[in-house]
Design a protein around this ligand. Structure first.
Ligand SMILES: [Zn+2]
Length: 435
């Protein structure tokens, strides 16, 4: 007589048996185009998830983030939160996925909203970022419940709005309403596409600012009668090239940021606008001769956990002060547009340790720890929700996100679903874990 199968083996078999369902679910999610901006079909996808998860015994809440950026009657910011209680007291494991996808862009060879299966991959906008991860977490939770119906604690699955545009109408709003309070949720996994053997601990910080230089308008044939704001901005750029960029390149972090180039401080000049606005594409006239009296530049500074945001700002002010010291009539303003502090979950945190063991057991290799160069919704769970026990872990190749012919591999989704399911076994299968 064969030995009875372990819970882990039964979970793995259960997930393999749901392969077709996983493909169908991923395709169905892709076929609801949730483009952001402007925030299309959020209600539709939340209704779809409500039906699916209510069928699996989850209690469903639909929450509209009234009054958040972009929320309107035409484009309401809907979120769905599903919770399934176990049979015993215990901890809650929450899977959070964003439902929005970015613009399609050019260069596709397949229908971006077709959800087509080809050579073991499901294609479409959002396939890897992150409808594949959402589908994998749903199948993982459903398979876990099937093999372990008497589990302890609770499982939550949320589909949230607007991650691609800052998450204010999604996770930030829910965190403010207490959905990520440590007394309600103890572990969070965000199935962003970080690759199935990598645990993402957090992200670098962000400081976006607009620098405006001022001049004086005059006739373009007599620029000496005015003062050119664009030349002032040119001096700012020159000073940045001479002193700021080299200094940033020397700042290295101990955070395991990928890719390698993002292991240092970075600054992107996002845009510069100076002088007259450009005419419409069909305007055939000439510009009028004027000296520009304003030039605006948006900078996107990404900083490290070793850095302090006050110092990040002070460095930019120093550039401007240096320029002011050598240019007559140099006047400027700096306006902060956006700030996010760096966040990094400790490697010793329970969710990190649990998922690392699940990766090792499922894939037979050690988990890799990474930090994301850009931010994602973990920032709100950490800062607003005050919940530190949070990681990003999910299937898909990060480099494919936002690109044409985006896809997610079916085997990768199955493997990561097994990792998520094993994590549920470790955290919830036994009532011993009761909080
Ligand atoms: Zn994403």
């Amino acid at each position: 007589m064969a030995a009875p199968k372990s819970l882990e083996q039964r979970l793995s078999d259960e997930i393999d048996a749901r392969r077709e369902d996983l493909i169908q679910l991923t395709g169905d999610l892709i076929r609801i185009p949730t483009l952001n901006p402007p925030g299309e079909n959020y209600r539709e996808i939340c209704e779809f998830l409500r039906t699916r998860l209510a069928g699996a015994g989850f209690e469903i809440e639909m929450v509209r983030a009234y009054g958040t950026p972009g929320d309107s009657e035409k484009y309401p910011r809907w979120n769905v939160i599903a919770r399934r209680e176990g049979k015993h007291a215990g901890e809650c494991v929450h899977f959070n996925s964003h439902i929005d996808v970015v613009d399609v862009g050019k260069g596709w060879t397949v229908d971006p909203f077709g959800g087509e299966l080809k050579d073991g991959k499901v294609y479409g906008r959002g396939a890897c970022d992150m409808k594949g991860g959402l589908a994998a977490s749903i199948v993982a939770a459903e398979a876990f419940i099937a093999v372990c119906p008497d589990f302890a604690g609770a499982i939550e699955i949320s589909g949230t709005a607007d991650e691609e545009s800052g998450g204010f109408g999604g996770v930030a709003y829910l965190a403010e309403k207490g959905f990520f309070a440590p007394e309600r949720v103890q572990h969070v996994i965000i199935p962003e596409p970080l690759n199935k053997d990598r645990i993402c601990l957090g992200h670098r910080g962000v400081w976006w600012a607009e620098i405006e230089t001022y001049g004086e308008i005059a006739h373009g044939s007599m620029p000496f009668l005015g003062d050119c704001a664009v030349r002032h901005m040119g001096a700012v750029l020159e000073e940045m090239e001479d002193s700021l960029f080299p200094a940033l390149a020397l700042k290295r972090t101990d955070m395991p940021v990928v890719p390698e180039g993002a292991k240092q401080s970075t600054l992107n000049i996002n845009s510069i606008h100076g002088g007259q606005a450009e005419g419409d594409a069909d305007f055939t006239g000439l510009p009028s001769p004027c000296v520009p009296d304003s030039c605006r530049m948006i900078i996107d500074r990404r900083f490290l956990i070793e850095e302090n945001i006050d110092d990040v700002q002070a460095e930019v002010m120093e550039v401007l002060n240096k320029v002011a010291g050598r240019r007559d009539k140099f006047r400027y303003d700096v306006t902060e547009l956006h700030r996010v502090l760096p966040t990094m979950t400790e490697k010793s945190a329970p969710i990190v340790q649990t998922v690392a063991r699940a990766i090792a057991e499922t894939m037979g290799k050690d988990a890799q720890y990474v930090v994301s160069p850009g931010t994602y919704d973990q920032k709100h769970i950490d800062r607003i929700g005050k919940l530190k026990n949070c990681i990003a872990y999910g299937p898909g190749i990060l480099d494919l996100a936002h690109k044409p012919d985006e896809y997610v591999g079916v085997d990768d989704m199955l493997d990561s679903a097994k990792v998520m399911g094993r994590a549920l076994i470790e955290l919830l299968a036994s009532p011993k874990k009761a909080a």
